[in-house]
Design a protein around this ligand. Structure first.
Ligand code: BTN
Length: 249
């Protein structure tokens, strides 16, 4: 049996593991190298200027070097959510779900965010890479006011945090190492759909002019959200819109 070998580069503190991983990717660092930081001072979230609260959790970025055009890689973000969802199930046995496109939810709050970024070099096109950044809230901590109502964490005891981190990294990277095949055959989408918590739900859709309400019909083979609303049936792309489940008051 082939054992996956990968390098882990650990820092006590970084501005952002994604920024460091992108720098390393441009310097020809090997595929599946993992950058980890105990804290991030400017952990980046999805969306311009969005920060990711980065204390008391696992903050990691993995360098991938796909042998397909970067623009064909939109599904990597859904595949990463599947890898993280499975790893959390194995290591923490926690009941988590996926909120399209790739937030991992626990006890009604976001417990993990994923940010995939490309790192392209004009001077050295051969060094193009994807950096997959993952942040998981592990330890009980006081969240800043602006995310206190929307974030959650696993309450891992201090004495177990290090071993939990190591196991999560191992399972996540093992999952990611199969990305070429997974993106080609797309079988992972069955798991994604089974664990996606907005399917069949009413959601508020933001990002296409005025907010509106629709029902989620499913997730397409290209990772778009299929919704039906008074505008008719639509496919919504990741990056273009965000959705929030409508909860009856
Ligand atoms: C989101 O907005 O949900 C995405 C958050 C992604 C956070 C992770 S933490 C590790 C990596 N480094 C970063 O700066 N961001 C990602």
């Amino acid at each position: 049996m082939n054992r996956l070998k990968f390098n882990v580069i650990h820092f006590d503190e970084l501005d952002s593991t994604n920024t460091k991983a992108k720098e390393l990717a441009l310097a020809d660092t090997e595929e599946f190298t993992v950058v980890i930081a105990d804290r991030q001072t400017i952990g980046r979230g999805r969306g311009i200027g969005r920060k990711f609260f980065s204390e008391g959790g696992l903050y990691m970025s993995v360098i991938l070097r796909p042998d397909m055009p970067l623009e064909d890689l939109s599904l990597i973000t859904l595949y990463t959510a599947v890898c993280v969802h499975k790893a959390i199930g194995k290591v923490l046995n926690a009941d988590v779900s996926i909120k399209w496109v790739n937030d991992i939810m626990y006890k009604g709050g976001k417990v993990c965010g994923i940010l995939c970024e490309s790192s392209e070099s004009n001077s050295n096109p051969g060094s193009s890479a994807i950096v997959v950044g993952i942040g998981i809230n592990l330890r009980a901590t006081e969240f800043p006011e602006e995310i206190a109502g929307i974030a959650s964490c696993f309450d891992v005891p201090d004495s177990k945090v290090e071993s939990v981190k190591q196991k999560l990294v191992k399972y996540i990277v093992k999952g990611l190492s199969k990305y070429n095949r997974a993106l080609a055959d797309r079988k992972f989408l069955t798991y994604y759909r089974m664990n996606c918590n907005v399917i069949d739900k009413q959601v508020n859709i933001t990002g296409r002019g005025e907010d509106y309400v629709g029902v989620v019909l499913g997730v397409s083979d290209n990772g778009e959200l299929m919704v039906f609303s008074n505008r008719g049936a639509e496919l919504l792309s990741y990056g273009e819109v965000s959705v929030r489940e409508l909860v009856e008051q």
